[in-house]
Design a protein around this ligand. Sequence first.
Ligand code: GSH
Length: 97
Amino acid sequence: MVQQTEVETVKVTMYCTDWCPYCIRAEKLLASKGAIINKINLDDQPDRRAEMVERTGRKTVPQIYIGDRHVGGHDEIVSLDKNGDLDVFLRNGSSST
Ligand SMILES: N[C@@H](CCC(=O)N[C@@H](CS)C(=O)NCC(=O)O)C(=O)O
């Protein structure tokens, strides 16, 4: 019998909008890593934009959390992917997840 080991990734939360190309690219990158993404769609939930700004200090989407670690937007996760940290964060996340 072949045993399959599944690597569980840390939950990702992403504030996004439907029309934002950076959000779409960020989602594709995260999905390609097998990440489970909890999307907070600000088109559907406009009231949560204030929450995003309050939590992150940023006004642009996407804003991405890996576990409870705020990693920033699209450009930041691309940089994290290039230096290998994205995989590490998705596997280890933070202590609280
Ligand atoms: N460099 C940012 C670009 C994000 C960005 O420009 N997002 C646009 C939507 S595609 C946005 O939120 N614009 C609203 C604003 O600038 O207030 C990233 O990599 O996430």
